[in-house]
Design a protein around this ligand. Sequence first.
Ligand code: AMP
Length: 143
Amino acid sequence: MSQYRKIIAAVDLSEDSAQVVRRAQAIADNNGGCDLHVIHVIEPLSFAYGGDIPMDFSGIQDEIHQQATAQLTRFGENHAVPPDHQHIVLGKPEVEIHAMAEEIGADLIVVGSHGRYGLALLMGSTANGVLHGASCDVLAVRV
Ligand code: AMP
């Protein structure tokens, strides 16, 4: 079986994220200490309003970006992920996770997965979205 050379862990910066990155780290260690990257995607506030925003949210959006960047920096420090392996982007999580995986040439994406059922299952999840259309392996860690 071929080894993974570059792994990217997608983190929503919730409590579950430590579990996701630890799993990714264990796989990296088992693959000769291969490269581990993390990505956090910020969803633009305009998405929630279907693009038709009645007011200017740019100040709030900047604030969210700054806070998320600070959180990701701390997260990277706590989990020994160097700054140049931390990525923060604006957009739709599954789209941006795919794009970053391609950009850095990742051969494994690690995401968290909540065991969903009922309506939530019908509506889908980020893990599902990442799995569909990924051009490399995807590991869904049960969180
Ligand atoms: P969800 O489907 O939103 O419950 O999220 C499941 C998993 O998808 C999380 O544990 C993360 O691995 C990933 N994920 C969700 N939202 C984001 C985000 N904004 N940025 C990066 N990864 C995310």
